[in-house]
Design a protein around this ligand. Sequence first.
Ligand code: HEC
Length: 199
Amino acid sequence: MKRNRILLIIGSLVICLSTTGYAGTKALMEKLCTKCHGLENPFSLKKNRADWEAIVALMASRSKDINTEDQSKIVDFLSEVRNIDTPILTAKDENNLTEIERIHIPVINAPISVKANSKAKIQVQVSEVGHPMTPDHYIYAVDLYVDGLWMDMVELQPKQSANVEFEVSVHKTSTIEVIVHSTVDGHWAAKTIIETAPE
Ligand code: HEC
């Protein structure tokens, strides 16, 4: 009896830990939403919470696989990573970062120039000095945009390395933008340009 109770407590703790924050929500969306369309549908938009609630409820009305618990998890996530009212912060002076900027502004390591219509590897170091990756304060997602269009998002978990790598097709000289999302300090962006040389 006592043993069962201890197991129950451990079980609830595991559930509690695994459902805090946004961890796993993009993966959940990949499972539930991509039956009908790509994730660029939600990730290319910016809305307030009420609008996200309405959109996700509409999608759930079309698919019995999307239960109310998943709906609220997805609404919480989208209201945070794609909120029209939330500022995306950038460095005020790239050559002279403030303390908070040094912890949050992503460092993009990309080729200066590639051949037109080739692939380029983009390495992202989450910040100049590294960002905490503890369960209550970590970078939970890194977004990649090319010329303003959403391309990809990598989800991260606490204790994981916060450095990620993307691969993009570069057709013409393009602006690459990376946005990192912190559980505590908001959303931070940096940009770089990849030029194209003739094929
Ligand atoms: C059963 C099929 C289906 C599923 C599952 C589905 N969608 Fe959709 N979704 C659609 C269709 C069809 C459209 C385009 C028509 C429309 O806008 O209603 C759409 C459009 C959208 C749009 C664009 C709406 C706009 O106003 O431009 C968003 C955002 C979206 N879906 C989000 C989601 C999310 C998030 C999920 C997963 C939780 C999801 N969808 C799951 C069928 C689905």
